[in-house]
Design a protein around this ligand. Sequence first.
Ligand code: MRU
Length: 356
Amino acid sequence: MRTIWPVGDGTRVGVIDQTRLPHELVFGGLVTLEDAATAIRTMQVRGAPLIGVTAAYGVALAMAEDASDQSLEHAIAYLSATRPTAVNLRWALAEMTRILRPLEPENRFSAAVAHAGEIAEADVASSRAIGDHGAPLIAAAWRRKGGDKPVEVLTHCNAGWLAAVDWGTALAPIYRAYDDGVPIHVWVDETRPRNQGAALTAWELGQHGVAHTVIVDNAGGHLMRSGMVDLCIVGSDRTTAGGDVANKIGTYLKALAAHDNDIPFYAALPSSTIDWEIVDGAAIPIERRDGREVTHVEGWTESGERVAVRITPKASPVENYAFDVTPARLITALITERGVCAASREGLLALFPERR
Ligand code: MRU
């Protein structure tokens, strides 16, 4: 199954409504530009690569309604404002602009559907290649510990196929290593406040048959100090040209703990996640989301009712930073579709020489 697909001539786009997982597998249909923007904003679709692909299809939906220059400019600006951190969004919109702007309006809709499809297919190919390049790192860690016990991997948030179109980024090497027969167990950070680890990564790994255990976000340091983690792999929402990695809030703390315990810490990302215009991660815009995600916890009762309960005093102010930046010096290596490289300008340029 994929996370997003065009239906018929592309005037409708199917998605998985990720706000309902793991309790219900519900499909949504996007028909208008507004539908696509709302799906991204409310995180029915989420994860850097999937946000980009959804935005590309959102432009196509806008072109189905009105393919004028003004409509194209509006769609690009409107979708661009949905979420600030994942650079894949702006990358995909720039790609759509490059293809559509020179065309006559009557040709724009079909070209937009075709190009959104190409962006989706390229993402699948990138994810698969990230799996191919990352799996040997997991197999090597397993051999280093003697090959008799499962290799222990810690991951944060959800960077699996739900966050992309298929395979994922951080989970792609895990799936590939597992499929190759490497015994593997994954520690899954719950990832407060939206619990992408507890809800989505746990569901994905379970569906694939990968052994895993969900832990509270603060448990990782203890596990690492206790010798219970062999390596960490996370995804990225924006990686700078200098190798700094913005990812889900809490990633930085895991990188610090890994560094203190000499545990390899990898970030896996397609090149659409690299922001070549920024070197220092401090320049990455960090999304701040609705405080309700902090004040309330949402879940399903045993009888299947979806409820939200308040956990903070009504009078207490809250803050909801959605991402943090892990400096390159804490990252052992980056895993990309072109191979594994040092988290540095030179490392990235060795894999992407056309960016020199
Ligand atoms: O807020 P989200 O759920 O969109 O954040 C997702 C993440 O932080 C992922 O780790 C990141 O997008 C990499 S996904 C392949």
